[in-house]
Design a protein around this ligand. Structure first.
Ligand code: ADP
Length: 212
């Protein structure tokens, strides 16, 4: 089992590149955002706990998200792409411990570095498939047929937390809680900076250069 982490601000393109990695190499994609939204849709106890945080644009507390990740990890196999986890130092330490117990480790972290002044516009144009979670962008990554997912033809929706006010809160949280992970993985010598300002195919080329 190999483990790759995609680290970066909301809207930096982690989800889009994860979709490509799954299609190209059959990686197992672990998106904590998707896991949380699934639980919310099922209205189960962890979902009910998470809902208020998501709606406010805040991170779900570490103990809740870590429990969800531990459960999820028992159900998956293969090489893993982590998208949206870890987002705090406590989560990163826990992930190291969980992987250690599986005789594994973080093989590489790809840090999607982006000009944050562009993020609001990027996120406001984002469309998500409510069935499979695949993400599109109205102009930059449009679906083949407007408004429906290429894969399962489900209507695309805009996420409730993808509005200006919530994006600002999420970006502030990213700076406080997640940016310290850059140093954490640099220190472990497993971090590569990806220029995420480039268009999708150029971002993909950079990822391929790291994974080969
Ligand atoms: P984005 O990358 O745009 O923030 P995600 O789908 O990754 O979108 O996450 C959506 C929301 O889910 C976050 O704003 C946060 O509330 C919650 N979330 C996802 N991953 C985590 C995590 N690792 N720790 C805490 N909260 C999380």
């Amino acid at each position: 089992m190999r483990t790759f982490i995609l680290l970066g601000a909301p809207g930096s393109g982690k989800g889009t590149q994860s979709d490509h990695l799954v299609k190209a190499f059959g990686f197992t994609h672990i998106s904590t955002g998707d896991i949380i939204r699934d639980n919310i849709a099922q209205k189960n106890p962890p979902g009910i706990l998470c809902q208020q945080y998501l709606e406010q644009g805040k991170l779900v507390p570490d103990d809740i998200i870590i429990k969800m990740v531990e459960n999820h990890l028992q159900k998956v196999t293969g090489d893993l792409i982590w998208d949206g986890f870890p987002r705090t130092i406590a989560q990163a330490e826990k992930l190291d411990q969980l992987l250690h117990n599986l005789n594994s480790k973080v093989d590489h972290t790809l840090y999607f570095k982006i000009d944050e002044t562009k993020l609001v516009a990027r996120i406001m144009g984002r469309l998500t498939c409510s069935t499979c979670g695949r993400t599109y962008h109205k102009t930059a990554v449009p679906p083949k047929v407007a408004g429906v997912c290429d894969d399962d033809k489900t209507p695309l929706v805009q996420r409730k937390d993808d509005n200006k006010e919530k994006i600002k809160i999420r970006l502030a949280g990213y700076h406080t809680d997640t940016v310290p992970l850059i140093e954490y993985y640099l220190h472990q010598q497993v971090l590569t900076i990806i220029d995420a300002d480039m268009e999708g195919s150029a971002v993909w080329d950079q990822i391929m250069a790291v994974l080969k």
